[in-house]
Design a protein around this ligand. Sequence first.
Ligand code: ATP
Ligand code: MG
Length: 284
Amino acid sequence: MIDQAESLRKQLQSSSRSARVISVVSGKGGVGKTNITVNLALSLIKMGKRVLVLDLDVGMGNVDLILGRRAQHHIMNLLENQLSVWEIIEEGSDGLHTIAGGRNFGSLAHISDDMLNHFINQLEELENFYDFIFLDMGAGATETALKFILSSHEILVIATPEITSMTDAYSMMKFIYTKDSSLPFYLAINRCENDREGKETSLKLMNVCQKFLKKDLICLGMIPLDHSVLDSVKKQVPFTLNQPSSHASLAVMQLAKTYAGVTEEQKASYKSFITRLKSLFRER
Ligand SMILES: Nc1ncnc2c1ncn2[C@@H]1O[C@H](COP(=O)(O)OP(=O)(O)OP(=O)(O)O)[C@@H](O)[C@H]1O
Ligand SMILES: [Mg+2]
């Protein structure tokens, strides 16, 4: 681990990137956030991007499970043992960097100010190292989670065609919008029975955002309901690696291409994620 931390630090010194930080949210749980985040991240890596997934479903994390990794450290270890962020990043043979959320303990809600400062200072090192940092959020939004969401550059909403998922996705967007109306919203529809269902779902959500929030919602794509996803979760191999030519994999790879291109020009206006995070936590 020390060797890995050292090697990551060296890579950092030769890096001058500026990460797009994306919160992946849903409202309703179990709609596919973690599976899409991990597979989208892997698809971006195939395109030559440097990507980190930070599992912010702290205490109930499962990014490492979906990747079939046995995380040696998780966020709470960084906080409690004052580790450096490079010591808790796992680097897989697939090239994806992850920070595990850990399981079987509480949440980030009650951490001390000292721990929080250490956490934010450590995260600061990451901004210039990656092209994309995905924050895989749990269902709903705690006060702490909301601060991370509001500090991100972009929001990626995952919804399914189920009415409960659609209403929860809208509630989540409305909630975020009332706190910061300028955050760009992107949408991916998961578990579609067919194209028509996916298009109808995305249109409904786009229309409702436009009508009630006067807010553009950009649909990146649709992922079909596909048995390869279930099979891959069971095998603990991400579906884009387990079955790269399945319908779900092809859809996610297409989504990655759309996503990588879509906001390059808008990125120039992005402010530092850490600066925003610091100011939101200072308010507590
Ligand atoms: N496209 C799909 N086709 C078939 N099954 C899917 C698909 N996407 C997700 N699933 C199923 O849904 C389950 C939940 O997915 P996932 O853990 O990614 O959801 P989540 O939104 O991250 O959940 P949580 O809110 O608990 O974090 C998966 O284990 C898988 O069985
Ligand atoms: Mg999840």
